[in-house]
Write a new protein. Sequence first.
Length: 390
Amino acid sequence: MFFVTLASAQATSGAPSSDRPVPLLAAVLVVLALVVAALLFAYFRRKPSEPAQDAAQAALPSRASADPPQAADKPSSSHRDAASVPTSRDELKVGLSKTRAGFIARIAELLSKKQISEDLLLQLEEVLLTADIGPKTAEQIFSQVRATLSRSELKDPSAVWSVIKDESRRLLKVDSPPIDFAAHHPFVLLVIGVNGVGKTTTIGKLAAQQLAAGRKVILAAGDTFRAAAVEQLEVWGQRAGVPVVRGKEGGDPSSVIFEAIKRAQREGFDLVIADTAGRLHVKEQLMAELQKVRRVVKKADPTAPHETWLVLDATQGQNTIAQARTFKEAMEISGIVLTKLDGTAKGGVILGITHELGVPVRYIGVGEKIGDLRAFDAEDFVDVLYDRSA
């Protein structure tokens, strides 16, 4: 249209050809050519990268959804506000928010006075005794307050708070060596506990974490009396990308775990994590079955099991202490895993567990993500639990 109009105008005017605006036309043509070239360049430059992206996504293993996000998937730190990035302690605060809102908040309220009277001390004792830490542990903490502080110091809220915090830290610091999964090859970990406490989920998360740490992991579906437990463990195995040894439904759990250990020895696995029965008809039957598992494990490897962890549900409060006592009578428990801390105000029971059993807490569960199964650190736990600024 532009060229037709220009030609018509020139013909009508009858101006000589030497006066035609050739330079203007040339400039317009050059600009148009450059615009078209730029558009074509951008189009063809973007187009080839799309199949490559699709191929990369197709190459992701099926377990990608179970693994923690890789560093490459996170925004560069240079493009994020550092204050908005949650730290490990921030996440722990969130996970313990309900526990902090329980007896800790009640203690903080009592100690918010400028000076403590004898009546307030009696109220403090009542708060401790009615908390889910258990009466024995409550009495231990309160006795420590009385024994440590002088008469004048007992009137100082900050001094009382400090003693409670220090005694809690002491109770949680059970003297035990750190876990060394490289100490044996393969390292055999038995996981025990009643049904519904999060045992199978804990195994799946731990397997994913250890795989990410570079270890070759195999799972043993030893809860053969409950088909759902085997299926759930297999789902976790698929997500984490680790094999699962299973047997017949209702079969012998010991034989399944025995076979898993033997396969680990043959194929060079670093870690065997064995699920076990969580409920039989009577308590005595369950404990007898677990003791049998332990004997058979030793036939596969005389040094095994190298760790036996009891999984407990924090939402059950003081019932977890009773469960722990029962299991400890039948098995040599070397560690506790306390799950579902993020969903309960009864998390203070952790103090009663370590105090009464003398067994260290190895892991705590404070959320649904794989990373929310956290290696327990008494210092961090107490600092967050008794953080009055949060």
